[in-house]
Write a protein that binds this ligand. Structure first.
Ligand SMILES: [Cu+2]
Length: 83
């Protein structure tokens, strides 16, 4: 139960896409600051995307697996940074 990679660094305005693998049951993606929240899905190939228009560190979790540490973070920088 994990996001891969667990952390990415992107530049402002980048759209990040999470893709479900179909493994490990039902997952979702929920920002700790409630800025974004996906549906629950267990389907291989299901995707959720969010465009980051503000700088900062966005931590997120998979709610069904929060207790087992299924979490990640997106760091958004104003310039460069790469992915
Ligand atoms: Cu999960």
């Amino acid at each position: 139960m994990a996001f891969a990679p667990p952390a990415v660094m992107v530049s402002l305005g980048t759209t990040v896409v999470w893709e479900w693998t179909g493994n490990g049951g039902t997952h979702n993606v929920v920002a700790q600051n409630s800025e974004f929240e996906s549906e629950y899905s267990s389907s291989d190939g299901y995707t959720f995307e969010y465009t980051f228009d503000g700088e900062g560190v966005y931590k997120y979790v998979c709610e069904p697996h929060r207790s087992t540490g299924m979490k990640g973070a997106v760091t958004v920088e104003s310039q460069g940074g790469g992915v």
